[in-house]
Design a protein around this ligand. Structure first.
Ligand code: CA
Length: 408
């Protein structure tokens, strides 16, 4: 697994205790002293692992802990994102257009990547588009600070210690300049959002300059993504899956990504392609995926869906990449609508909603399309005024309710 998608049991009590401990005035110096002592131990271990003293002393010896990463580590999701919201923003017209432009711009590189790794251009570009918006959203947190903090504090110190050393190794080997090594709070970085240990295992120097650069080098990034998928067991020429229709009264207890069945089983149960055509007889075993239950879109997925899943260990995430890749190949939206009367918003619609909220006097920062706590709070307030359920969700209903009120 590439990222920290599931961190196991959340110990919500630890953070307040830890913060209380750190923020209490007499303890600040003690905490800093503990962190400094931890860094000292990490220095010894790093040197034992062959990382140069100069690299550690220049880039890691004087870091200050960033306590906000501990909040992220222990955050309880305040808001469960429905899959239709997730897909609406990840696979919107903007990303399809951007993806098509990238396919064109990097056509030769993608062709050579496919020759070497067997993964088609649309899939590689879709991972790139979902992971970092084609290299535009790399994450701004200095990696050594995040990982150093997580290696010394919180509940996953062993794991993050390994990632901290891996990040130092990347710098030590000269692949990426230290100031360019920024990423998510948990240490995923670059155009492919690899963890440092994944980088060491799977990053590829595709342009042949001697450096594996997943931050500023697109050929290296595209090839590394393809290498990740190939090593995950990618089957050349096989589709991830396709949308299907279920017959009335279908027994959905057979659904589940791991429950692969021969195509004859699905044909026998009356499953059809979403366009109404019969299923192809034969071919690889596939599993039935029902992301929103049996009243929403249904899919038969195969091994390559699992390989994409391996990138981030979330079915919704894998479906976003799979669907984006179909859109890049000229495919359309899902035929079965999501089971909701309040569909999700594209990024353009999210920005529009935020502009409407700003115009109505809400202090939510910039209209950047990112739905954070402030935006949700403003939405909830408007929902309340409109006698809608104040759940703070950015959906089509609140957008359409606010549109006519603009300028009043
Ligand atoms: Ca390179």
């Amino acid at each position: 697994m590439k990222k920290i998608a599931s961190l196991g049991t959340v110990h919500a009590r630890i953070l307040p205790l830890l913060l209380g401990w750190v923020l209490a005035a007499p303890s600040v110096s003690a905490a800093n002293h503990d962190f400094a002592a931890c860094l000292d131990r990490l220095r010894t271990q790093a040197i034992q692992r062959g990382i140069s003293k100069a690299t550690f002393d220049t880039h890691a010896a004087r870091i200050e802990p960033d306590l906000s990463v501990l909040e992220s580590l222990d955050a309880q999701p305040e808001f469960k994102t429905p899959i239709w919201d997730y897909l609406a923003a990840l696979v919107d017209e903007e990303r399809v257009e951007d993806g098509r432009a990238m396919l064109e711009q990097w056509r030769d590189v993608l062709r050579r990547v496919e020759e070497r790794f067997g993964v088609d251009p649309a899939t590689v570009v879709s991972v790139w588009g979902v992971e970092s918006n084609f290299g535009r959203s790399l994450g701004q947190r200095p990696l050594l600070v995040s990982l150093g903090t997580l290696a010394c504090m919180g509940r996953r110190q062993d794991y993050f210690r390994g990632e901290f050393f891996a990040a130092l190794k990347i710098i030590d080997d000269g692949h990426i300049a230290p100031e360019r090594l920024t990423g998510s709070w948990a240490g995923a970085f670059g155009q492919t959002q690899f963890m440092p240990s994944t980088f060491l295992q799977l990053a590829v120097d595709f342009d042949g300059d001697g450096r594996r650069d997943l931050v500023d080098n697109v050929p290296d990034s595209l090839a590394s993504t393809a290498n990740f998928l190939q090593r995950g067991g990618w089957r050349i020429g096989e589709s991830w899956g396709f949308e299907v229709n279920l017959p009335p009264g279908f027994d959905a207890s057979i659904a589940g990504r791991r429950n692969k069945q021969p195509m004859s089983t699905w044909i026998g149960r009356g499953v059809k392609r979403a366009n109404g055509e019969p299923l192809p007889a034969g071919g690889p075993d596939r599993a039935l995926l029902l992301p929103a239950g049996k009243d929403g879109p249904a899919f038969l997925v195969g091994k390559n869906f699992d390989v994409i899943y391996g990138y981030n260990a979330a079915e919704s995430y894998a479906l976003a990449i799979a669907h984006l890749s179909d859109r890049l190949r000229g495919g359309g939206s899902f035929r079965t609508p999501w089971p909701t009367d309040d569909p999700g918003l594209s990024r353009a619609e999210r920005r529009e909603l935020q502009r409407l909220l700003i115009a109505r006097g809400h202090d939510i920062g910039e209209a950047d399309g990112m739905i954070g706590t402030k935006t949700r709070r403003a939405i909830a307030q408007e929902q309340k005024n409109l006698a809608l359920e104040p759940d703070g969700r950015a959906g089509l209903r609140i957008l359409e309710a606010l549109r006519p009120m603009a300028g009043n």
